[in-house]
Design a protein around this ligand. Structure first.
Ligand code: FAD
Ligand code: FES
Length: 269
């Protein structure tokens, strides 16, 4: 099945001053997405801007899907102004999503800011199993808290300014959650999406604690299908390449081999 399809905008709902929730209904056959996969969405006025923009699957719906996005620059501003009934061109689902936890493993799913867009469908996929840690700058940047409470085993919220949950960061919250459930979380596996410094610090912490972790990375993307090499990061692959043996990693495309990588394999530069 082709990964290109058209979708009609059913709703483009403001969540706060700079975040929106886009509800889409595909007009062409579309492949079933996995949590952590993403779409390239064509946003342009005429030929400006030319590139597609990457957005994670937020949630599958009976009629199609939802994407949650933050107004960032020109592309998302154009998307933000699109009305219900408009038709957009999309490509996807793309990339490798989150490997699901094994039967005996307990998922700890961590979102920083708009990172919730990537992990929400993963939390839905493991109902009542995941300890969810959700951090944002301030209360106004936290979304879907009631839904998250319903679908998770436990929800820990933190904000930088203390306006909701604890005034802490997600690493401090992870320490607390691990300390509160030492036996249950002996077989924990961490999944996370958020700002790069958060992911980098998480990879150090999970490695020190010998916890398996999968991180979803963001890189600037042009093609989204592995052709332009514009999105490479250094990461270990299957361990067969010579470079992997001395832990230098090989160049991997975030859009193709990622966006989700084993934290242990990422070479942070
Ligand atoms: C795999 C993946 C999944 C993503 N999922 C989401 C999501 O679910 N919700 C969401 O709000 N955002 C998501 N992003 C980030 C989103 O793609 C950018 O915010 C968006 O492309 C910005 O476009 P713009 O034209 O508004 O901004 P501009 O700053 O004008 O964009 C300029 C250029 O930079 C690129 N760019 C800017 N910011 C980023 C960024 N953070 N990451 C990668 N490229 C960037 C754009 O693609 C464009 O080529 C995701 C990015 C990736 C790589
Ligand atoms: S965006 Fe072109 S190779 Fe990844």
């Amino acid at each position: 099945m082709s990964r290109a399809f058209r979708a009609e905008i059913r709703e483009n709902l403001p969540l706060n001053r700079n975040h929106k929730l886009l509800t889409l209904a595909p007009l062409d056959p579309m492949s079933e997405p996995q949590p952590g996969q993403f779409y390239m969405v064509e946003v342009h006025e005429g030929f400006d801007p030319l590139l597609k923009r990457a957005f994670s699957l937020f949630r599958r719906t009976p009629q199609g899907m939802q994407l949650m996005y933050r107004l960032q620059g020109r592309g998302t501003a154009i998307l933000g102004n699109m009305r219900p009934g408009s038709v957009i061109n999309m490509l996807g689902p793309l990339g490798r999503g989150y490997p699901l936890p094994a039967a005996g493993e307990t998922p700890i799913i961590i979102a920083g800011g708009i990172g919730i867009a990537s992990v929400f469908s993963l939390i839905e996929t493991v109902p009542a199993r995941a300890h969810v840690i959700y951090g944002a700058r301030t209360r106004d940047d936290l979304f879907m808290l009631n839904e998250l409470k319903e679908i998770s085993k436990g929800l820990s919220v933190c904000t930088d300014d203390g306006t909701d949950g604890q005034q802490a960061n997600v690493l401090q919250m992870l320490d607390q959650v691990l300390g509160a459930h030492p036996q249950e979380l002996a077989d924990a596996v961490v999944y996370a999406c958020g700002p790069r410094p958060m992911l980098r610090a998480l990879s150090v912490m999970t490695k020190a604690k010998d916890i398996k972790a999968y991180l979803s990375l963001e890189e600037h993307m042009a093609c989204g299908i592995g052709a332009c090499l514009g999105c490479v990061v250094r990461a270990k692959d299957t361990g067969t390449a010579a470079e992997d043996k001395d832990r230098q990693g090989t160049y991997q495309r975030v859009c193709k081999e990622g966006p989700v990588f084993d934290a242990d394999g990422i070479v942070w530069e």
